[in-house]
Design a protein around this ligand. Sequence first.
Ligand SMILES: [Zn+2]
Length: 437
Amino acid sequence: MTEILITRVRPYGEECVDIRIVGEKIAEIGSSLEVGNAQVFNGQDRVALPSFVDLHTHLREPGREDAETIATGSRAAAKGGFSAVFAMANTSPVADTAGVVEQVWRIGKEVGFVDVFPIGAVTVGIAGERLAELGAMANSAAHVRVFSDDGNCVSDPLLMRRALEYVKTFGGVIAQHSQEPRLTEGAQMNESELSSRLGLAGWPAVAEEAIIARDILLASHVNSRLHICHVSTAGSVDLIRWAKNRGVDVTAEVTPHHLLLTQELATGYDPVYKVNPPLRAESDVLALRAGLADGTIDIVATDHAPHPHEAKDCEWNAAAFGMLGLETALGAVVLAMSQLPDWNWRTLSDRMSVTPATIGQAQNHGRPIAVGEPANIVVVDTQVEKVIDPSEFASISQNSPYRAMTLPTSISDVFFRGRHVVRSGEVVEIREVNSHD
Ligand SMILES: [Zn+2]
């Protein structure tokens, strides 16, 4: 079995230790461990964390391989410090059958840089008309536990109720893209004084909040599990806090970009800032940060949404919604959150690894850095800042809102199932790894 000795790393930013990996597991943790037969990797006093888990990724395969593939998206995820991603179902064909989810799962396994967990569609073709084969997807080799029509909202309350009831039978969860369709017809950016001034159709907060309120009540009524995707308004945070106080089984995510960026970026009409849900006001951003810090919002999820140039190099109204997220997630979260009291590496690990793994039931992920646990570890250089250059991304697409921005920290190394998959910030192709074995 391959043996790796990581010397001088600081788990959760705490005291410096050595970590021995044997095969896919952490075998020993201590100071000045003997090298023995191990390959030695010097951690240079950097921070070691359980590698991240993204509950909301668009890998675009099958169907839009010009934007991203499972292979390129897996590499982008690894470079971002992730060891598991949940792939959204709005592909072409839609992941609404056991056949499609198994295909995504198998390709992810073959690629081998992260574990790819397919999300199943709630409704056939994400068309919102009838339930997809949830049970068949759950019982498939892909073992689907998270279902979402993301991109679309399950807006029919009866269908939403049926879906919530159905997933209870196997302990699944419905992840809702909360967007009341009638209130957002033609919407282009956050509804505000600014949207009127820019002449862009407004997207009111109530379009998100009305669905969240309804779904909280539905989930409570049928005693099932609801997960709320990409929360973007202060009012949504209030609703989720209210639900949790009443014991409703609800979890929620926020994206790095909603923690950091505001609607004012639309002023230049650059569609790289066009996203669904839209960037909101500063007051919303502050409420989202506070909600993530106090646990009202459970996790960070990237909503990594690759688009080819032609979908973004056009007028704002014609451009596609969405931004890249995997390769910049940590830097954006650190920049947004590090000033908050009580925010530390353990809290960040909880929001970016432990809890997303729990919500998605991703076994072997989000586990502590401890003996006997899976060796899924990210090593972070906290002493550097990085100027973001999308041409360096592993992703096929380049629609990053952080282009030319400076973000703190850098992902130095990633160990996935004990394999050194990212070294000094670069993906290690599997052939290279084997040549070292
Ligand atoms: Zn969405």
